[in-house]
Design a protein around this ligand. Structure first.
Ligand code: NAD
Length: 366
């Protein structure tokens, strides 16, 4: 029998090394030569239930980048689902390649890989995966949510995500300014896509002074005309005086370069993985006195929406009510962070892990 030398196989940069360090249960590698499909499914933790998290398609420069992304994103989903009080674990899938590769066969092949996991992983949409793509996936697996209303789904989850971000932003404002009113607050919204646009609608109603950036001029013009927001150059956004920075585009925008430039008192936005280095940048924000509303805590509205759809119990009002609880959860986590003098990110992760441990224990008698 061949013996595996674990000390040689499991080193920091190896796949086993990475999934061990990040505490994953499983990493599934999928390939299909005929359609050109190459995908990774990260299943981080299934103590609370099936691993739920969307599929992202991206032209990654290297395999390593894709592995890192799927591992980070699926871990984030574990914490997000736990803090949102859902009976779902954390998972995520990434498809490697240019979105133009997508075809019916390509997507259905991917759907069959998901089906082969027997419900351990439930997918939904994410970057570069649109509703018609999810419909093709759904032809091959039941373990998919985020379908259009016309197909019995709950439709686009972005309005609910934006509502949760708004709730989290108000809770963070209460901590930072003593009041959760956003009236007159200058708020820089980076990215006026699906989440950004809906978020701005809430901010406008409160009388906030809104700055917007995007890489698409037409989107900026449309949002500025509809809301009165001021368009600013995306390169200078971090340098502008503002009360709140709301990242609603990409991850990792809170990093060594931007933290020194930001003068805001609150960061609260919809983008995933905002901190480039979770431990280092979480701590730097705390030292700078910036109240940070952790992304996976406040952008959970979307997953609350798709989770209800998956269990066949979707009611819009109930989903918004559950999402509203993000306000209380965020306030409580920011208070813990303050009292224990630990970064908000760490306080949020500890709260998420505590629920998983507690629920894991009650399952033991089975
Ligand atoms: P989207 O693609 O609709 O919007 C993103 C916007 O950001 C686009 O308008 C894009 O042009 C813009 N953008 C890209 N690069 C930029 C840059 N460098 N500077 C300024 N703008 C830039 O995506 P979305 O659904 O609104 O999601 C936004 C973020 O929120 C993503 O990180 C996503 O993972 C996260 N998120 C979304 C949901 C959801 O329900 N849609 C749920 C949870 C998390």
């Amino acid at each position: 029998m061949l013996a595996i030398n674990t000390t040689e196989t499991v080193h920091e940069g190896s796949i086993f090394g990475q999934i061990t360090t990040m505490d994953h249960e499983q990493l599934v590698i999928c390939q299909d030569e005929a359609t050109g499909l190459k995908a990774l499914i990260g299943i981080h933790n299934t103590v609370l239930g099936p691993a739920l998290g969307g599929t992202r398609m991206w032209p990654y420069g290297t395999e390593e980048e894709a592995i890192k992304d799927v591992l980070r994103l699926s871990r984030g989903m574990t914490f997000k689902n736990s803090l949102a009080g859902l009976n779902f674990g954390g998972g995520k899938a990434v498809i490697l390649g240019d979105p133009s590769l997508k075809s019916e066969a390509f997507l259905r092949r991917f759907g069959r890989f998901i089906e082969s996991l027997g419900g351990r992983y439930v997918t939904a949409g994410d970057v570069n995966m649109k509703t018609p793509d999810m419909e093709y996936i759904a032809l091959e697996t039941r373990h998919v949510a985020g379908l259009p209303k016309s197909k019995g789904g709950a439709g686009d989850p972005s309005p609910v995500t934006a509502y949760g971000v708004y709730m989290g932003m108000k809770a963070a404002a209460k901590k930072a300014f003593g009041s959760d009113s956003l009236q007159g607050k200058r708020i820089g919204v980076q990215g006026v896509g699906k989440v950004g646009k809906y978020l701005i609608n809430y901010l406008v109603k409160e009388g906030a002074d809104i700055l917007i950036t995007d890489i698409f001029e037409d989107k900026l013009k449309e949002v500025a005309a509809a809301t009165g927001a001021t368009v600013v150059d995306s390169k200078v956004l971090y340098d502008l005086p503002m009360d709140i920075y709301a990242p609603c585009a990409l991850g990792a925008t809170i990093n060594d370069q931007t933290i020194t430039r930001l003068t805001c008192k609150v960061i609260a936005g919809g983008a995933n993985n905002q901190l480039e280095d979770e431990a280092k940048h979480g701590k730097l924000l705390m030292e700078k006195g910036i109240v940070y509303a952790p992304d996976f805590l406040i952008n959970a509205g979307g997953v609350i929406n798709v989770g209800a759809e998956y269990y066949g119990e979707y009611q819009e009002e109930a989903v918004f009510t559950q999402t509203e609880k993000i306000y209380d959860t965020c306030l409580s986590i920011l208070t813990n962070s303050e009292q224990q003098n630990i970064p908000a990110q760490q306080a949020a992760i500890e709260a998420a892990k505590a629920r998983i441990e507690a629920i894991g224990r009650i399952k033991l008698p089975f």
